[in-house]
Write a protein that binds this ligand. Structure first.
Ligand SMILES: NC(=O)c1ccc[n+]([C@@H]2O[C@H](COP(=O)([O-])OP(=O)(O)OC[C@H]3O[C@@H](n4cnc5c(N)ncnc54)[C@H](OP(=O)(O)O)[C@@H]3O)[C@@H](O)[C@H]2O)c1
Length: 399
């Protein structure tokens, strides 16, 4: 395999190391395109270019591996490579989730592979399993801790009895959180991964704006104490599940903090680890646990994709094609159900902060001068008022 690589950061360097230790795969990186010409590099400078056409224009490449941190530029690189008929491996969940339909069409049109195991669940082989192993299984749900940064912060808040800001600062200095952590802590990263798992679980393409994501950015130690007193843990979870009759039912898909009970397999998934539970009619519940991010774990998922290309692997999208044949077009949201009631814990300072949430009934209420919370059944749709709202200080957790 001759590889053209974009990006030599955390994952790109991880891939380079993993590739050097791989005994089975005969592959070499021909050229690496990066952005910053002044950065020192750990390997010979002759590998590098700062001009993307130098990689995209090569005609001896078997695969282009895209591992950059700019999703708009990544989309341009990936679509150009695919239009040139070159197979692509990527780990860029934001780019994939935001452009899924057009990337899917490009694959079909050019009959080439775009594979992306590293984009969800880090080292956990979840996408190919959903696509292949659960192909004929009547999958009813997936639910996963998909963001290592959120899980790391939640774990340390609980185990060290500390506040969010203290742990976030520490996580940033030790490399477990980005300097701008918004996409992680506000639930967007979990949302993008949830979009991808929805395609491979249920054959449904959803746009990120169609799915609710709420994050942990407003969590306080009071919320951890509330959970702890009830024997629960708070976990940031992306989930998708079927409702109604099999085959013609609808799907609920969202990403938000959840209380989990001690018997839940996800309860003991701690620190930067990820865990995904899949439930099928015959297989029942199965849980995958592994490192959710990081240089070598993600590099190994990328290597596995490169290796899969040696036997001409590509996603068959059988569930997506089946849904499309039923609907007469690519399904993009018609089967999504956002119109239901959900029980949530809502912590807020002032009632005005939650005026847009349609509350149906309150089961528990606590008031004090410092903070207030309710446990209530609410209209799920109304929670969209908090999606991506950087002004809001409200914390919401599914009960
Ligand atoms: N980090 C993880 O654990 C992890 C896990 C799963 C998926 N991912 C995904 O993997 C991708 C890479 O993440 P990362 O953590 O490796 O990022 P990173 O450490 O920030 O590295 C980004 C790399 O992209 C290069 N780059 C940025 N813009 C470019 C452009 N326009 N043209 C060419 N190169 C460009 C940078 O070049 P310079 O070196 O010159 O700055 C750098 O080498 C992202 O999509 C991320 O979401 C990451």
């Amino acid at each position: 395999m001759t590889i053209g690589l974009f990006g030599f950061g955390c994952v790109g360097q991880g891939l380079y190391d993993v590739l050097n230790h791989s005994q089975g795969l005969q592959a070499n990186i021909e050229k690496i395109c990066v952005k910053n010409a002044n950065k020192p590099r750990k390997i010979d400078m002759s590998y590098f270019t700062y001009d993307k056409t130098e990689v995209l224009g090569k005609n001896n490449l078997d695969v282009i591996v895209e591992l950059i941190d700019d999703s708009d530029e990544a989309y341009k690189i990936v679509s150009e490579a695919m239009s040139n008929g070159v197979n692509v491996v990527t780990a860029n969940k934001k780019m994939l989730a935001e452009n899924f339909e057009s990337l899917y069409k490009l694959q079909e049109k050019n009959n080439i592979a775009l594979i992306y195991e590293g984009s969800a669940g880090g080292s956990i082989p979840i996408i190919r399993n959903l696509e292949e192993y659960y192909d004929n299984e009547l999958l009813s749900s997936f639910r996963g801790i998909l963001n290592g940064t959120c899980n790391y912060i939640l774990t340390r808040m609980e185990l060290e009895s500390k506040n969010y800001d203290a742990i976030l600062n520490d996580a940033q200095s030790s490399g477990f959180a980005e300097s701008n952590p918004w996409l992680d802590v506000a639930g967007f990263d979990t949302l993008y991964k949830t979009c991808l798992l929805t395609v491979h679980s249920f054959g449904m393409i959803l746009k990120p704006e169609q799915i609710l994501n709420l994050g942990i950015q407003n969590i306080t130690f009071d919320d951890i104490v509330y959970a702890r007193e009830k024997g629960l843990r708070i976990k940031m979870i992306g989930t998708g599940y079927k409702v109604g009759e099999n085959g013609n039912g609808k799907f609920r898909v969202y990403a938000m903090p959840h209380f989990v009970i001690a018997k839940d397999e996800l309860y003991n998934v701690m620190y930067e680890y990820n865990g995904v539970e899949v439930e099928g009619a015959f297989s029942c519940k199965q849980t995958f646990v592994g490192k959710g991010a990081g240089s070598h774990p993600t590099g190994s998922a990328v290597l596995s994709d490169i290796s899969a290309l040696t036997y001409d692997y590509k996603y068959g999208y059988k569930k997506l094609k089946k849904q499309a044949s039923i609907a007469g077009k690519l399904p993009n949201g018609e089967l999504l159900d956002n119109d239901f009631e959900i029980k949530v814990y809502i912590r807020f300072k002032d009632k005005a902060e939650i005026k847009d949430i349609e509350i149906i009934s309150v089961e528990e209420e606590y008031k004090s001068t410092r903070t207030n919370y309710i446990v209530a059944n609410v209209k799920f749709k109304s929670l969209f008022a908090l999606k991506g709202n950087a002004e809001s200080k409200v914390f919401v957790c599914a009960v």
